[in-house]
Design a protein around this ligand. Structure first.
Ligand SMILES: Cc1cc2nc3c(=O)[nH]c(=O)nc-3n(C[C@H](O)[C@H](O)[C@H](O)COP(=O)(O)O)c2cc1C
Length: 361
């Protein structure tokens, strides 16, 4: 593994949410490594637009790293056929710090296409090994795997050992079973991460010799520390909580101001505009604001207005002026035209007079 890769605090792969500006926001605030969303190797090989879009992201990431600003990036791929995955991986590996095989996607399309978590049954273990081994022996970067629990859960250790033998450089475990309809319901079984790391003394089987990353159950920074203590893992991977609080890993335990963090994100979107879609920007801003304010009376109106925006500039204006006013906070910046106030807004600023009230939500 390259000595520069720090596996301690990791931003999880998230379809439609792992854009470069978001990943960079999380590394600015403490994440040590990020994953791309799951990419389709077949499309990387057959769709020039798809390849170009994702290469732009990776090339910008690489430049940032060279300039000392970014951190490592793992490209995640799905697939169930070694040559197809290798062919897709070959096109992006030169710009990545590692390539990961998705063995955790629980969605219907993964079930139908027989990939992701639907390769965790024992009959498919030789197939998974062949994919990991092919990648590990042909790519210039380390290869990892991100999995969910096998059935029964303790057998996940046996699969982990086989992946290690096949050449995996590390394994990340989201310790839940795959389910199409209940994707993240219930708590993750962190004891299974501990077993993967430390082995099963009853069965006389040792733990993995490669790093193990623990994924699941993190809602605040204390959970990160608790998770590491409970599992003995080498690092913690977080997904959903970072979508609301991208500063989770900064260790302060303080959630950022939703407007200020949104504005910081918008700046990155401007800088790397060609790597993110307007829909992704809107989704992130909705999550940042919703993290603190989802129960505020103006939140639904905010969502509707956000959905109507046509550009990053419009989103910025909505945040600086409208959202600040709805929160009862001072508008941010010049250029607020009083004539833009609509009647609906009247009174709401009085209702939301507690400037710091969003912290209570
Ligand atoms: C919106 C969203 C998209 C996701 N997309 C992916 C993905 O592309 N690949 C993957 O391995 N896991 C994906 N996941 C699962 C996360 O990486 C993570 O394993 C899961 O959310 C549990 O961690 P958390 O409780 O910290 O969110 C996604 C999760 C979310 C919320």
């Amino acid at each position: 593994m390259p000595p520069t890769l720090d596996l301690t605090h990791i931003t999880a792969p998230m379809v439609s949410h792992s854009d470069l500006p978001f990943r960079l926001l999380t590394t600015t605030h403490g994440a040590s490594l990020t994953y791309t969303q799951m990419l389709d190797p077949l499309l990387l090989s057959s769709d020039p637009d798809y390849l170009a879009f994702h290469l732009r992201d990776l090339q910008c990431s690489r430049k940032l790293q060279e300039g000392g600003r970014g951190r490592g990036v793992v490209v995640q791929l799905c697939g169930n056929e070694a040559e197809t995955v290798r062919e897709g991986a070959r096109r992006v590996a030169g710009w990545a710090d590692a390539v990961d095989l998705n063995l955790g996607c629980p969605q219907q399309h993964a079930k139908d296409g027989h990939y992701g978590a639907y390769l965790l049954g024992q009959k498919d273990w030789p197939l998974i090994e062949s994919i990991v081994s092919t990648l590990a022996h042909t790519l210039p970067v380390p290869v990892s795997a991100k999995l969910r629990l096998c059935h029964p859960a303790p057998s996940t250790l046996a699969l982990g050992r086989r992946l290690e033998a096949a050449g995996a450089a590390w394994v990340a475990l989201h310790a839940r079973y795959a389910s199409v309809r209940r994707r993240r319901q219930g708590v993750a079984l962190l004891g299974e991460v501990r077993r993967l790391k430390g082995g099963d003394s009853d069965a006389g089987v040792g733990g993995l010799g490669i790093p193990v990353l623990s994924n699941g159950n993190v809602r605040c920074y204390e959970d990160v520390e608790r998770n590491l203590e409970e599992t003995g893992a080498d690092g913690v991977m977080v997904g959903e909580t970072l979508l609301g609080n991208p500063c989770l890993f900064d260790k302060t335990g303080v959630a950022p101001d939703p407007v200020l963090i949104s504005l910081e994100y918008l700046e990155l979107c401007r800088e790397f505009g060609e790597t993110v879609t307007l829909g992704q920007v809107q989704t992130h801003v909705r999550r940042f604001v919703g993290f603190g304010c989802a129960r505020r009376p103006w939140y639904q109106k905010f969502r509707a207005r956000l959905g109507d925006t046509k550009s990053v500039d419009e989103i910025e204006r909505l945040l600086r002026f409208k959202v600040q006013r709805w929160r009862g906070a001072a508008v941010l910046g010049d250029g607020w035209d009083e004539a833009e106030e609509d009647e609906e807004d009247e009174g709401e600023s009085r209702e939301e007079g507690d400037e710091l009230g969003w912290l209570d939500d």
